[in-house]
Ligand binder design. Structure first.
Ligand code: NAP
Length: 284
């Protein structure tokens, strides 16, 4: 029979319909949630990501602004721009597309963004709030995974989640969010010994490594839930970190790539932007 496939794309469409309504209600109050994306340089992958974010924002009625700057923009110039965006009343969310050129310190830039406008959820203040279980902007991919699990009615409390990956972008924050939901969380990484021992005991396996077919059906227990975060290109085709066919035979639920976690990531960015506009204008 095989696992139930959790299509993030479908969920994302449903959530975006609700957000369209929410954005329209804010417009009636004279508030147009505004997202400004800053892109340095002309990396085609980054450009395609930011265009996707812009298109999705406009579709649900947000004001979206893309600021494109040349590769040789200095750190001071970028920090000045962020300072101006922090003060701009029409800008509710600021996103600086990473990675930045080597001569700019990513962390300095992230920390320059006003935490109230940090819709990527990377500012240390927002990470600290997440760690201490407070309501805040959560990083978009981990937040998308959490919403996906909840919408698919996957129980989290008391269940053993094994996360492969410990990046600041995905692995660490998704672990924290699931710990906040009372899951028992194990993080695995490149130094983990006997990885299969861990994955075979997991109720939920989250794979965020960046290697195609890293996890197969042989690595999981019968009935496990498997979330594939990976984005890889093999022979020009998009693929995740999970060997979908063998995992589908054994798991109870699995997410596909494409149409899985990716669309949820952008959706949570839009959600954070609406929340930013509401909190800046004191709308409940
Ligand atoms: P990353 O920073 O490269 O982290 C990869 C993690 O995998 C690291 O923690 C690394 O361990 C671990 N790892 C590498 N080889 C391993 C091995 N042999 N055994 C166990 N662990 C191993 O990547 P990331 O930013 O977290 O992204 C992970 C994947 O998700 C990428 O494919 C990325 O493109 C994708 N992604 C997708 C979305 C989306 O919206 N769908 C968003 C973000 C990222 P160490 O820490 O020990 O090096």
């Amino acid at each position: 029979m095989g696992a139930e496939v959790i299509y993030g794309k479908q969920l994302a469409t449903e959530i975006r319909e609700d957000m369209k309504q929410e954005a329209a209600e804010l417009r009636e109050k004279g508030i147009i949630p505004g997202l400004t994306v800053v892109l340095i340089g002309d990396d085609p992958a980054s450009l395609s990501y930011v265009r996707g974010k812009q298109k999705a924002s406009e579709k649900i009625g947000l004001a979206s602004n893309l600021i494109e700057l040349p590769e040789n923009t200095s750190e001071v110039e970028l920090l000045d721009l962020i300072g101006q965006l922090n003060q701009d009343g029409e800008v509710h969310g600021i996103l600086v597309q990473l990675p930045l050129p080597d001569h700019i310190d990513d962390q300095k830039v992230i920390e320059a963004i006003e935490p109230q406008k940090d819709v990527d959820g990377f500012h240390p203040i927002n990470i600290g709030r997440m760690m201490t279980g407070q309501d805040t902007f959560y990083p978009c991919t981990p937040y998308g995974i959490l919403v996906m699990l909840k919408r698919a009615r996957i129980a989290l409390e008391g269940r053993h989640v094994v996360i492969i990956g410990r990046s600041n972008l995905v692995g660490k924050p998704v672990g924290q969010l699931l710990l906040n939901e009372h899951a028992t969380v194990t993080h695995c990484h490149s130094r983990t010994e006997n990885l299969q021992h861990h994955t075979r005991h997991a109720d939920i396996v989250i794979v965020a490594v960046g290697k195609p077919a890293f996890i197969t059906g042989d690595d999981i227990k019968e009935g496990a839930v498997v979330i594939d975060v990976g984005v890889n290109r093999v022979d020009g085709k998009l693929t995740g970190d999970v060997d979908f066919d063998s995992v589908k035979e054994k798991a109870s639920h699995v997410t596909p790539v494409p149409k899985g976690v990716g669309p949820m990531t952008i959706t949570m960015l839009l959600s954070n932007t609406i929340q930013a506009a509401k909190s800046i204008h004191n709308v409940t």
